[in-house]
Design a protein around this ligand. Structure first.
Ligand SMILES: NC(=O)c1ccc[n+]([C@@H]2O[C@H](COP(=O)([O-])OP(=O)(O)OC[C@H]3O[C@@H](n4cnc5c(N)ncnc54)[C@H](OP(=O)(O)O)[C@@H]3O)[C@@H](O)[C@H]2O)c1
Length: 228
């Protein structure tokens, strides 16, 4: 498979690259700052040409257009993984600029990248789009409040995933939102219960089993359906 992964220089994105390469796939890895992507760069040589690293700031139209132009070949799988956590917020002292920045990356970034890569996804047979969401996006499960920017941006990502699923069904493209769980990364922190390798092998298994019937769904890394 030819796979595109955004936010690939650390955390879940980097581990997705590692595990897909180990399975023999080819990866176009998008990173915001290539010169700060040492661990990913170290994988390029041993990959024998299967890993290509590209600059891709998902918050920038110019950067995403250049990224899509550099990929050029059909894409069987797009994983919109890049994401940011908004600043800790409470109702007092809400930083709406930070909320908007979080939206720009988590919600609009996914749509920007997907739209730019659409011709390449359409050229593949039965392509898949996996949008990395979060349990915190769930309206149903929000019993603790707060995290306005993060929750709202990931709920918007979920809604866009549903629309993409409808709009791309005719092209045979499967689109889902997937939560990786609470994972031991810079974002998840060291108290998180799930090692990154476990979350990613779960995500890869779930993505591999997706069919058109699953399109528009919201899953976790164990393949269980989540409540919107
Ligand atoms: N960890 C968790 O517990 C958890 C739970 C639920 C959902 N998630 C989701 O899982 C995904 C990966 O998170 P993670 O835990 O691996 O977090 P992480 O370790 O903080 O990594 C985030 C990645 O996103 C990249 N990124 C941020 N803004 C970007 C931009 N504008 N353009 C391109 N890349 C950008 C970062 O690049 P830089 O190095 O350049 O900043 C980094 O590679 C995110 O979508 C996150 O919301 C994580």
């Amino acid at each position: 498979m030819r796979i595109v992964i955004t936010g690939a220089n650390r955390g879940i994105g980097l581990e997705l690259v590692r595990q897909y390469l180990a399975q023999g796939h080819s990866v176009h890895a998008g990173v915001r700052t290539p010169e700060r992507s040492g661990e990913l760069t170290a994988l390029v040589g041993p990959s024998s040409g299967r890993l290509q690293l590209h600059a891709c700031d998902v918050a920038s139209d110019t950067s995403v257009r250049a990224f899509a132009a550099a990929v050029t070949e059909p894409v069987e799988l797009l994983i919109n993984n890049a994401g940011v956590r908004s600043r800790p917020d409470g109702l007092e002292g809400l930083d709406l600029d930070d909320v908007a920045r979080t939206f720009q990356v988590n919600a609009l970034g996914m749509l920007r990248v997907t739209s730019a890569l659409l011709p390449l996804l359409r050229r593949a047979q039965g392509a898949k789009i996996a949008n990395i969401s979060s349990g915190l996006s769930s309206l149903h499960d929000n019993t603790s409040g707060g995290a306005y920017g993060y929750r709202m941006s990931k709920a918007a990502l979920n809604m866009a995933s549903r629309s993409l699923a409808q709009d791309l069904r005719g092209d045979g493209i499967v689109t889902v939102a997937i939560s990786p769980g609470w994972v031991q990364t810079d974002m998840g922190g060291s108290d998180a219960p799930t090692p990154v390798a476990e979350s990613v092998s779960g995500l890869i298994g779930v993505i591999a089993r997706l069919t058109l019937e699953d399109s528009g769904g919201f899953f976790n890394f164990r393949g269980e359906r989540l409540a919107w």
